[in-house]
Design a protein around this ligand. Structure first.
Ligand SMILES: *[C@@H]1O[C@H](CO)[C@@H](O)[C@H](O)[C@H]1NC(C)=O
Ligand SMILES: *[C@@H]1O[C@H](CO)[C@@H](O)[C@H](O)[C@H]1NC(C)=O
Ligand SMILES: *[C@@H]1O[C@H](CO)[C@@H](O)[C@H](O)[C@H]1NC(C)=O
Ligand SMILES: *[C@@H]1O[C@H](CO)[C@@H](O)[C@H](O)[C@H]1NC(C)=O
Ligand SMILES: *[C@@H]1O[C@H](CO)[C@@H](O)[C@H](O)[C@H]1NC(C)=O
Length: 326
């Protein structure tokens, strides 16, 4: 692997790269509908502590957390609150109408054992919403995948990681859990939260619609392989703004596996990565349309923009890329 390309932070290079322009740049007011989470009338608040969560970081709090989420969705939606503490958990399933409020000084830690995750590898997340609506994560606290616990051998270039492939659970060396996933879901909002130390990808959208990710941060160890920041697969109407991403692998990665990706806007964000800051393809079998990147500051990274169609694929129509500061 090449040595890091230490680019001067801020403004050594600023360029406008317009591949296709349909409308004039104006991303300050995103054109997507924003999630309706806050318009719910009397949202309930349920603390995981009321369901017996210890928050001691030693005992698994999976059952209390899941019970609080289930009670919250059954009550019509609201917030599930994590007061300050350390919450060790196996996979928890976020349900419709529920916003996780991980408060300041509260950290949700993902388990590091294979049995902490569902049988199917494509459901290996610490927190995952499947077929859900009006869901979110906020609160000022942190969700942490304990990625460093998956390191078999530290290496200045690239750490060697645990792979659960030996168990037959999956193939290849990327056989590790992701951190947060939204699958076939809509009206998603993630803000004021820190997503840290994924063992694999960090924030993953799959076939989602109407997602707003803002004012939050992502941190992955620089030497952990595959710890992508935000992967957006086959999803429409995604806005990413005022996000700080510092990771060892690609930071913002739109992909098309089973369907097209329309309307992705990423603005006013800061990225440091050992790989590409903005990376289109691998996985580019369907169209990418109306992608806008504006005012993205990229520091200390191997690559700013990566546009690949190595898997073949269809049209990539980028509305505009403007003001990328390297
Ligand atoms: C968070 O922890 C810090 C340091 O222990 C403490 O000063 C602060 O009051 C705590 N804040 C909350 C909201 O618990
Ligand atoms: C399992 O993962 C290791 C790396 O941890 C890799 O070297 C090996 O090729 C993988 N084996 C299979 C069968 O995928
Ligand atoms: C995104 O929009 C396209 C075009 O309307 C549609 O074919 C696709 O199913 C949509 N995807 C999702 C996840 O809604
Ligand atoms: C993309 O955004 C436009 C508004 O600019 C909207 O008319 C269109 O329906 C959106 N596409 C999808 C697939 O949601
Ligand atoms: C560009 O984004 C940065 C955050 O990375 C923000 O501080 C700045 O105000 C933005 N500039 C404009 C012109 O919006």
């Amino acid at each position: 692997m090449a040595l890091p390309l230490y680019l001067h932070p801020f403004l050594t290079l600023s360029f406008i790269f317009i591949l296709y322009t349909q409308t004039s740049p104006h991303t300050s007011s995103p054109y997507i509908r924003l999630p309706s989470i806050q318009s719910r009338s009397e949202p309930v608040r349920i603390s995981v502590a009321d369901f017996g969560a210890t928050g001691d970081g030693i005992h698994y709090d999976t059952v209390p957390i899941q019970s609080a989420i289930d009670a919250c969705t059954a009550a019509g939606g609201g917030r599930v609150v994590f007061p300050p503490g350390k919450y060790l958990t196996a996979t928890v399933f976020l349900k419709s109408g529920v916003v996780l409020e991980v408060q300041k000084n509260a950290t949700v830690y993902g388990g590091t054992r294979l049995e902490d995750y569902p049988v199917e590898q494509n459901r290996w997340y610490v927190v995952v919403a499947e077929d859900a609506e009006d869901v979110g994560i906020t609160g000022g606290g942190e969700i942490n995948g304990q990625g460093l616990e998956f390191v078999v051998r530290f290496d200045v270039r690239k750490n060697v990681m645990v792979s659960w492939n030996r168990t037959g659970a999956c193939d290849g060396d990327e056989c590790r859990p992701r951190l947060v996933g939204f699958i076939r879901s809509k009206n998603i909002r993630v803000w004021d939260v820190r997503l840290s130390e994924p063992a694999y990808w960090c924030l993953h959208l799959v076939q989602c619609d109407n997602t707003y990710i803002h004012d939050m941060s992502i941190y992955g160890d620089f030497n952990i392989p595959n710890n992508d920041g935000i992967d957006i697969d086959d999803s429409n109407n995604t806005v990413i703004t005022r996000v700080n991403i510092n990771t060892g692998d690609d930071a913002i990665c739109p992909k098309t596996y089973d369907g097209p990706l329309y309307n992705l806007t990423a603005t006013d964000s800061w990225i440091r990565t050992k790989s590409s800051a903005i990376k289109l393809g691998s996985a580019s079998w369907f169209e990418f349309k109306q992608l806008r990147f504006d005012n993205i500051t990229i520091v200390d990274s191997h690559r700013g923009l990566g546009l690949q169609i190595r898997d073949g694929g269809m049209n990539m129509i980028l509305d505009y890329i403007t003001k990328i500061y390297l």
